[in-house]
Design a binder for this molecule. Structure first.
Ligand SMILES: O=C(O)C(=O)C[C@]1(C(=O)O)C=C[C@@H](O)C=C1
Length: 336
């Protein structure tokens, strides 16, 4: 078991921990208790009709530790953050997903983000010299903090809930306030000095449920696929050659980010989400096209869209059009 496991939530799993789709599944998440990621796992388990499985889920202190545990088979599925509507991609997750073989995204969950400023009882706004929170949370409250506690210094913590947990414990953390979820303040016995302190009231974070290798979940008609692409070399039109594989098949991309490979300055891979499931003809054709023109295509999963919104596909790009075209080509080749 990874050393980064957070102890207070690593309770043993009861023998009878669930039924149906989630029966016997050992869940994990980027913790500790009170993270937005735990809220995402709670929402997923609720949608499966098995909210009680949250109690036996294992919390990991970092995203790489959670993904290591699923890669090693210590847990079956872990929830991690991947993208925030204000701050963009969570690089720790994108890089850790790409650095491990065989991981598969099986589901996505959207969680509206609301932050509170949590303190120990008796602390006032004027007492706050430093504030602890996750590096993705701080930029989302920067405006509020500048207006209300301009002298407060930012101290990065492993997660929003880790900042709250340390304030709620006996020690002396190097900050007097935590920016965290309302539930974390409650869990760790803190006082909420201010609520809804996010600069963007519509902030949403997208989380993904990741498993070890296996077949992707069945298509639902409203799915997404995530891949990582690497070019052979940096050259004019290189990215265009990759992207035209999508455009030619009427495939809409929903996220495109470049991430440094770490091998040398200026070397990048492209992390992409797009509409569709690997079982669909147009998606299969696009992946085959990418396989031909890219140096490497890492398939990271096809999974149901959280918003259940089906893609708009023109008739020329539906499964039937592809199979008719294939029959036509076969007839040309065979003369039948
Ligand atoms: O620290 C947490 O509570 C998390 O779940 C992580 C995380 C993130 O990585 O973006 C999730 C949502 C918020 O946007 C801030 C932090």
């Amino acid at each position: 078991m990874s050393d980064d496991r957070v102890e207070d939530t690593s309770a043993a799993r009861p023998a009878d921990e669930g039924r149906g789709a989630a029966e016997g599944v050992r869940y994990g998440y980027f913790g500790p208790r009170g993270t937005f990621t735990q809220m995402a796992l709670a929402s997923h388990l609720h949608s499966l009709g098995m909210p009680q499985l949250l109690d036996s889920a294992t919390a990991f202190a970092t995203v790489p530790a959670a993904l290591d545990a699923v890669a090693a088979g210590e847990v079956d599925e872990v929830m991690v953050p991947i993208e925030n509507s204000v701050e963009g991609g969570v690089s720790a997750t994108l890089d850790a997903l790409n650095a491990r073989d065989g991981l598969l995204i099986r589901a996505e969950v959207l969680v509206p983000i609301t932050f509170v400023l949590a303190v120990r009882a008796g602390t006032t706004l004027g007492d706050i010299e430093a504030v602890g929170s996750h590096s993705h949370a701080w930029p989302q409250v920067r405006g509020w903090m500048a207006a209300n506690a301009p002298a407060a210094q930012y101290i990065p913590t492993l997660s929003t809930a880790a900042a709250a947990a340390d304030l709620g414990a006996d020690g002396e953390p190097p900050y007097q306030a935590a920016v965290c979820a309302p539930g974390a303040a409650e869990t760790f016995g803190l006082t909420v000095l201010a609520s809804d302190i996010g600069d963007n009231a519509n902030a949403v974070t997208r989380f993904v449920l990741v498993s070890g290798p296996g077949a992707p979940p069945a298509p639902t008609g409203a799915d997404k696929t995530t891949i990582m692409l690497y070019q052979h070399s940096d050259h004019a039109g290189g990215l265009l050659a990759l992207l035209e594989q999508f455009a030619a098949r009427d495939i809409n991309m929903t996220r495109l980010e470049s991430r440094p490979t770490g091998a040398a300055m200026g070397q990048y891979g492209f992390s992409i989400d797009f509409e569709g499931h690997v079982s669909e003809e147009r998606v299969g054709e696009a992946l085959m096209g990418l396989h031909r023109v890219a140096a490497q295509v890492r398939f990271l999963g096809s999974y149901p869209r959280a918003d259940r919104r089906p893609p708009v596909i023109s008739a020329q790009h539906g499964d039937r059009a592809f199979s008719e075209a294939r029959s036509w080509l076969r007839s040309l080749r065979t003369g039948d």
